[in-house]
Ligand binder design. Structure first.
Ligand SMILES: *Cc1c(COP(=O)(O)O)cnc(C)c1O
Length: 422
């Protein structure tokens, strides 16, 4: 294997296996043998129509999993997600050059597919029979689909009653075993780690460093689409902090290759009720303190994010920031993104809400070039969307509601005219 695991804390190296923490307790990351790689290879791979190189992940294989035999690759293929500019969103945020990279356009509707294709392929390489994850929803949807494709057994642990219906329905439909855990995501995460150890399940949460390798391609593909011109800012919702970690690693590798010079600043946005990473960054501490999470954005409802140690380095090294937004701000930003025709799930809108807050505070300048990452698809959480528009979302005063109206059959045209004038 030309790739190794290396502890981010003490630097000890391991052969890649199914243990994802160093003996010292530190997180492991994948390190590859240094590559000298010419950009024309990835440029030429933008043309092929067939897998694996048509995939927005495997196009960058040499930077993701160079030693993996191509026959083991399990791909849909993923990525190739679009970048949008919408003046309504731009005006709302207060930044002219604002674009959104829509990771909700991945095969199962979230960026999780980018990491999953790599980690499931690695599971096959290791001869795994059963794969497992804890999930706020999207990881389970993605894992269930890739496990089905690879003929692996899948088992997911979800916090009972806390995951959005679009995601639960995917996990069930794709045929993984779904185990509801009384408690939060953090409890499910603890249980799946114990169960994996005890039963020999291959763990597919983002503590698995191969997931991070795949998620790096959000950045590779974004910069590729921009002709390798970095923006000033990349803004991302932050839950378990896999993306924040992956983005920093990807940028460092592109600098190393000489494909970019300037490193964009990364802004990680947390929900106010689930913001342990914000507290760590704000307080300048060295240890994250976990808390009980509460937010409408279930995908980032995490009180004990597993990748905090990698992520805090990334924020410090990219001159980044961490910000918090309220549930009301998240849902309002979502209404603006949805109303622009782009659409996203609640957690995704945290990036746009965060951009607006940072622009209002003068941290982001109005003339800067800003990319918000939309992490998941609008259809993932119909309850939150309908709840917002019908004024039934607990604790949120909807400022841009669009409730359905009942047809008045006695004076039909008059009532429809009134509706269209609104
Ligand atoms: C998983 C997920 C997140 C959180 O990403 P992390 O990498 O865990 O910080 C945000 N948004 C959506 C839609 C997700 O599915």
């Amino acid at each position: 294997m030309p790739s190794k695991f290396k502890c981010v804390r003490c630097g000890r190296e391991y052969e890649p296996g199914s243990v994802f923490r160093c003996d010292c307790g530190g997180l492991l990351e994948v390190v590859h043998e240094p590559v000298k790689w010419d950009r024309h290879v990835v440029d030429s791979r933008l043309c092929p129509m067939g897998a694996p190189y048509s995939s927005g992940v495997w196009r960058y294989k040499e930077l993701i999993h160079p030693g993996l035999p191509a026959r083991l690759i399990v791909t849909r293929p993923e990525g190739n997600t679009n970048v949008y500019h919408r003046s309504a969103v731009s005006e709302y945020v207060g930044v002219g050059r604002l674009t959104m990279k829509h990771e909700g356009e991945n095969p199962t509707g979230s960026f999780k597919d980018r990491g999953m294709t790599v980690a499931v392929s690695e599971a096959l390489r290791q001869g795994a029979k059963t794969v497992a994850c804890a999930s706020t929803g999207n990881t389970s949807a993605s894992m269930a689909a890739y496990a089905a494709q690879a003929d692996l057994k899948g088992i997911v642990f979800i916090p009972e009653g806390e995951i959005a219906y679009g995601k639960l329905s995917q996990a069930l439909a794709y045929g993984s075993k779904v185990v509801q855990v009384p408690g939060s995501f953090d409890d499910a995460m603890r249980i799946v780690q114990e169960a994996s150890k005890e039963l020999g399940l291959y763990l597919l949460n983002s503590i698995n460093p191969w997931r991070i390798e795949g998620q790096k391609t959000i950045i590779f593909e974004l910069l590729h689409q921009r002709g390798w011109e970095p923006p000033d800012w990349i803004i991302v919702p932050a839950g378990n902090l896999g993306n924040t970690s992956a983005f920093g690693k990807a940028l460092a590798e592109l600098v190393e290759l000489g494909w970019i010079e300037k490193v964009p600043r990364i802004a990680s946005i947390q929900a106010e009720g689930a913001a342990p990473f914000y507290k760590l960054w704000k307080g300048g501490g060295e240890e994250l303190e976990s808390l009980h999470p509460e937010t409408v954005a279930t995908a980032i409802k995490i009180g004990n994010p597993v990748s905090w140690e990698k992520a805090i380095r990334v924020i410090r090294e990219t001159d980044g920031v961490v910000e918090v937004v309220s549930d009301a701000e998240i849902m309002e930003a979502k209404a603006v993104v949805d109303g622009s025709g782009v659409g996203c799930e609640p957690a995704s809108a945290a990036s746009v809400a965060g951009a607006r807050k940072l622009a209002a505070a003068g941290v982001i300048k109005p003339d800067e070039d800003v990319v918000c990452v939309l992490t998941g698809n609008l259809l993932k959480d119909p309850d939150a969307t309908v709840g917002y528009h019908t004024g039934k979302l607990k604790g949120i005063q909807a400022r841009r509601p669009n409730a359905p109206t009942r047809l008045d059959t006695t004076s039909m045209s008059a009532s429809l005219r009134r509706l269209l004038r609104e």
